[in-house]
Design a protein around this ligand. Structure first.
Ligand code: NI
Length: 169
């Protein structure tokens, strides 16, 4: 496995749309290695998730995991979830404000409104269909990562930039 280089804000790959993965490609050794590398990279940098755009690859693949994460000490745990070709549907109208950070926007945090419950339909790393309902922090991370796959970063979702903060402050 390998730790991949993470693109930071300003790199055009973060503003491009990732392409759907052909289902027959999912189980290839190349794709499995790429997924393993994404997981290792997310863990190395204590991310709650990582989207393929962030490692310079325009494929609709994201990984999510929260296990006693020092960057999110209050966050509930989320088991490792591999998300391919996601479709996300809000299940509520209400949005809730919460702090977010991003490995592509290092050392910063901002308050972002997100739907508190979403339906996630996607494929997993075996190519099996996944259809689940996620709430609260898990729903937030899903929205953050699927935004990346559409070239959107959390700064675009903020109501204003007044909460944008350096973590150190
Ligand atoms: Ni991010």
């Amino acid at each position: 496995m390998a730790i991949l280089k993470v693109a930071r804000l300003g790199h055009p790959v973060l503003r491009q749309r990732a392409l759907p993965v052909e289902p027959e490609r999912i189980r290839t050794p190349e794709m499995q290695r790429f997924i393993d590398d994404m997981i290792e990279t997310m863990r190395e940098y204590d991310g709650a998730g990582l989207a393929a755009n962030q490692v310079h690859t325009l494929a609709q693949v994201a990984v999510i995991e929260v296990l006693a994460n020092p960057r999110y000490p209050e966050a509930p745990e989320i088991p490792l979830t591999v998300v391919i070709n996601p479709v996300v549907t809000p299940l509520v109208e209400e949005q809730e404000d919460g702090w977010e950070g991003c490995l592509s926007v290092p050392d910063m945090r901002g308050v972002v409104p997100r739907f508190t419950a979403v339906r996630l339909q996607c494929l997993d790393r075996e190519g099996q269909r996944v259809d689940l309902v996620a709430k609260e922090f898990f729903a937030r991370v899903i929205q953050h990562e699927t935004d990346h796959l559409n070239g959107i970063v959390y700064l675009d979702r903020m109501r204003g930039l007044s909460t944008l903060s350096h973590i150190a402050e």
